[in-house]
Design a protein around this ligand. Sequence first.
Ligand code: 5AD
Ligand code: SF4
Length: 471
Amino acid sequence: MIDEGRQGEALMTNDGGAGKRKLYLESYGCQMNFADSEIVASILKNDGFTTTKDFHEADVIFVNTCAIRENAEQRVRNRLNEFKQVKRKNPDMIVGVLGCMAERLKEQFLDQEKIVDIVVGPDAYRDLPNLIAKVEGGQKAVNVILSKEETYADITPVRLDANGVSSFISIMRGCDNMCSFCVVPFTRGRERSRDPHSIVREAQELFANGYREVTLLGQNVDSYIYAGGGLKKEILTEEQRSSATTFAQLLEMVAQVHPDLRVRYSTSNPKDMTDDVLHVMAKYDNICKYVHLPVQSGSTRLLEVMNRGYTREDYIDRINAIKRILPGCGISSDIMTGFCTETEEDHKETMSLMEWADYDFSYMFAYSERPKTLAERTLTDDVPEEVKQSRLAEIIKLQQKLSAAKTNAAVGKVHRVLIEHESKKSPDMWMGRNSQNNVVVFPKGNYKKGDYVNVLAESCTLATLIGRVIE
Ligand code: 5AD
Ligand code: SF4
């Protein structure tokens, strides 16, 4: 899930910082990338760095990049050009590209455009201190090797601020799905899961430090499986599988850390989501009743072209399972318009499925062709841009209607809310979320960040509930 509000955010730590070298680290893309930036900050902290929010005073500027769509890459390119201007005045400043654009664009960035000194892929962050030293010695530095083992399990990420309430924990890396539109298997490599005990330990530490919510992150959490390390595809024997930790088991282990620690996760995949995960969710009050289950398209024919591994009917079956096992559960989706060969008929099927599923929320995109993907190699990007955009506008309009109805229906009810931070609109109000992930704002009273409160929703805007605390 890509949070538009966080794109280009600079990571800040509060470690004093006097006399240290300064790192400016800006991040794009999904939550996993933001979690990776905290790992990068941790590695560089041990190498004598502190963070800054002002790139003009930085010794090192890193941009943690996203390659999911053309416009994500374009945004980063524009930003790199800005940094190039600053570097012109301060030639000792090091500029580097991290993350998902690294592998594909290394030659272009280093040799042709000469805009950066360092290019580092998502599995090579432990090498950063060496690479920085290399640049300081006058060389260019690059490491985009994708790993079979790396999960950064032993690295405690540097958190944005020590009194936070909610935090992300990466539970796996890479993706083995090979959806025909998606660049992720090429940028982040093969799928591997992280040792469950290191995940539980991280959740325990967060709870001890005052955190009250963790979100477990993976490209496809349902296929999490840990049998001692290495690639998922190398877990071959029946014996290895039967003694392995599955996602349902991991979720239960994290839920047991403390009843006051809320647990969320993202992202599920319709072809892998099993009922046992839903039953674990039903069993624990502190596992939030919210599932992000991207459909991409409502047309079985198009799902096949996308290589998604499920049909419209399979998807409907999964939504029915959620509604049966977890009544009232929030459900959201990712939807793409204008993928190769998409017809008006396919588009209508997407619209009808959205209406049937009655999503609380959707992330919606127009398809953009990505290098190396199956679609780029074997299909024609044949839906005209205007058509992609007009279909996108239609699904956005439909989703707004669905979301508004959902928010309205939540008015008049009492919601258990975890207080996250001050409302952006008013210093007198708190902002938090209910289990279904709706945003709720209410007068502060004597409550504080990290408290759980029961809020009666009295009114709403399009996507926010407004209410007051009841005892
Ligand atoms: N073009 C447009 N959207 C894409 N997504 C993934 N690849 C592409 C692409 N090439 C969307 C999918 C995915 C979300 C993270 O981004 O909907 O679920
Ligand atoms: Fe995340 Fe995908 Fe973007 Fe990489 S390309 S940052 S995995 S959304």
